[in-house]
Each structure stands twice: as C-alpha cells, then as structure tokens.
Design a protein around this ligand. Structure first.
Ligand SMILES: NC(=O)c1ccc[n+]([C@@H]2O[C@H](COP(=O)([O-])OP(=O)(O)OC[C@H]3O[C@@H](n4cnc5c(N)ncnc54)[C@H](OP(=O)(O)O)[C@@H]3O)[C@@H](O)[C@H]2O)c1
Length: 324
C-alpha cells in the first residue's frame, strides 16, 4: 500500500443486518470497499438483489462466489491480495467457517512477509512493494465474550467465537476484536417492535438491568445506556401512548433455554444474559481495551433519543440474526 493511500476493506457477510451498516460506513468514510457475497440465484429475494444494486451504485465491489459456503480457497486468497483489512460480519452458523478466511490470510501474509524480506536486499534484488499484513476483525460484534457467564446455549455460541479469537492470537496476524454490545438498533427494535404497532411490550426479568444500547458504531456512550423500563418510558413519551408491559420472569427464560430445541435456545439465552443479568454492564475496561467513542471523539453517534425519533417516522421491520 502506497503512503497516504486509504486501506482497502473486504467485508464477509456485508449483506447481513449488521454488515450493511459496516459497508455503508466504510464507503461513507472513503475506503475502497469489497463485499464477498453469495451468488445471486433464482431464489435470491428482490430485497437482496436491490441491496447488491445499492452497493454497486455507491462504488462497492461485490465479489460473487460460485458456491454458498466459504470453500473457494483460491478465490478468497486472490481477493485478499487486493485488500488491507478484512472484516467478518458472518452470523452464528458461519462462525467456525471463519477458519477458512484465516487459512487464506495465512497464505497471503506468508508471501507478503517473504516480499518484505526481499525488500531488505540491496538493489536490484529488492522489489519496491509496500505490503502490509492483513488486519482481521472477526465476527464478534456482541458482548465481551471473556467477561460474561451466560446460560449454556449462549455459552456454546460464545465458545465458538472464542475459538476464532484464540486461533488469530496464536498465528499472530494483526487483529481487532470488537465488542459492540447492543448494536445497530437491533435490540431496541426487538424490544419495542415499532413496526407492529402493538399494545403490548415484553419486559424480560424486572426490566431494570441496564444495557449498552449502542445505536451506531460506538461502544457504550453514556447517553445510550438504558434499562428496558427507561426505554419503554422514553418510547411512551415519543409516541404519546401507554403500553401494557408483559413480564417474562427469569425462571421462564431459564426453562425455555433448557427446553427449546437448538439453535432457538440461543436467542432465549442471549435475552436472559443481556436483559435479566445485565452482564454487558458488569465489568469495566481492562488495560488493553479501548472505548470506541473515546477513540473517535469527533464522530457523532446517534443517541437513543434520536433513534426513537427515526423509529417514529420510519419504523424498522422486525429482524433476527441467523441461527441456522
Ligand atoms: N450486538 C448486537 O446487537 C448484534 C445484533 C445482531 C448480530 N450481531 C452479531 O453481528 C454478526 C453478524 O450478524 P447479523 O445479524 O448481521 O447476521 P445476518 O443478518 O444473519 O447475516 C449473515 C451474513 O452471512 C451471510 N451468509 C449466510 N449464510 C451463509 C453461507 N452459507 N455462506 C456464506 N455467507 C453466508 C449472509 O449472506 P446473505 O445476505 O446472502 O444471506 C449475510 O451476509 C454476528 O457475529 C452476530 O453475533 C450483533
């Protein structure tokens, strides 16, 4: 990469719920952006096709795969040659498939290291190439997985994510692990369900545990730390309505986590961890941690209050991350 050039970013899972935010932010900030996407087939939904067109219209390079899975090693390697940063936004079913991305990064980085060694030779044996090792951001973007103790189904999910972290650390590729907490309005939408215009709002546990309801790409700005009951009260003010609160007690969530068949026992366990135990708020930052809103003080984040204004005029459709 030449001096002053913007890093090129490759995103796996860029067509997913969180991935879309990442792709748009990357383009907005002026980074050449590539999305490694599954092929368009006769079964592809019109909305997915529209998304591909939207991406292309703002300059995203879509790298279409031939097959569904991430099995095209040569293809991944060839795209990795072109980029500097790889962000994975793949969901639960593909967590361990990220090992295939890591394998490809290892191949490319080994050659880059060799080229860098060559550069240390005197002319004419050196080659004038600026190669940086690929930075990888695996698909974390949830809770800080080493500092929570959730129910078994969520723990098994996190163990898979942890495995990816350990492999990355072991092989020594540059990395950033992102804990996004309640990210991209996902949980605010799940709790308030503004699109359905219903009278009931479900409260998990007592509703008093605080959580990081991060709206955009920041972790823990103070204004976005709210409890479910505070969120409902804010929504009532915005909508000028009064909702029936339907309480689901902790014991019921624990029971469901044991009786619901996998993988649908995972979302139940996530709700329990975030909203009943409030574990996103149970720890401080360690020595090696950076709080993102401190890292980018000039960027403005969307507050919960602003998000609810958006919900009023443009209520998002219900969404649920893929578990199968
Ligand atoms: N903190 C939070 O609030 C929060 C909320 C939600 C998710 N997350 C985390 O964010 C990450 C992404 O989740 P998400 O909800 O955005 O996921 P998602 O919407 O389910 O999207 C998954 C992505 O994976 C792709 N994909 C699906 N099956 C695939 C396959 N067989 N081979 C290759 N690609 C495949 C999808 O492509 P298609 O578009 O072609 O289907 C899509 O781009 C996960 O780590 C999740 O745990 C965090």
């Amino acid at each position: 990469m030449a001096l002053g050039e913007k890093s090129k970013i490759l995103i796996f899972g860029g067509t997913g719920y969180i991935g879309k935010f990442m792709v748009k932010a990357s383009i907005f900030l002026g980074y050449p952006t590539y999305v490694y996407a599954r092929p368009i087939t006769p079964q592809t939904t019109p909305s997915k096709m529209d998304l591909h067109k939207d991406f292309q219209s703002v300059g995203v390079t879509i790298v279409q795969t031939y097959r569904e899975e991430l099995n095209e090693h040569e293809k991944i390697v060839s795209v990795l040659w072109e980029v500097d940063i790889v962000i994975s936004m793949l969901a639960y079913p593909q967590v361990l498939d990220q090992l295939k991305i890591i394998d490809a990064i290892k191949v490319v980085d080994n050659i880059k290291q060799f080229v860098q060694l060559e550069q240390q030779q005197p002319p004419p044996f050196n080659i004038f190439l600026h190669h940086h090792l690929t930075r990888f951001l695996p698909s974390d973007f949830g809770c800080e997985e080493n500092r929570v103790t959730p129910l078994a189904p969520f723990q098994d999910f996190l163990d898979k994510k942890k495995k990816i972290r350990r492999v990355i650390e072991e092989i020594g590729i540059p990395y950033t692990f992102v804990s996004a907490n309640c990210f991209g309005a996902y949980f605010v939408n799940i709790l308030l369900r503004p699109h359905e215009k219903q009278d009931d709002i479900v409260v998990y546990g007592s509703g008093k545990a605080k959580e990081h309801a991060t709206v955009l790409s920041f972790i823990g700005p103070q204004k976005n730390i709210v409890s479910q009951l505070e969120l409902i009260s804010l929504w009532e003010k915005k909508t000028n309505r009064s909702f029936n609160t339907v309480y689901v007690p902790e014991e019921e969530l624990v029971r469901l986590s044991k009786t619901t068949p996998a993988p649908n026992n995972i979302p139940v366990s996530i709700l329990h961890n975030i909203f009943v135990k409030g574990e996103l708020m149970n720890f401080g930052l360690g020595e090696d941690d950076i709080e993102a809103s401190g890292l980018y003080p000039d960027l403005e984040y969307t507050t919960i209050d602003q998000l609810l204004d958006i919900f009023l005029v443009n209520p998002p459709k219900p969404t649920i991350t893929a578990f199968e």
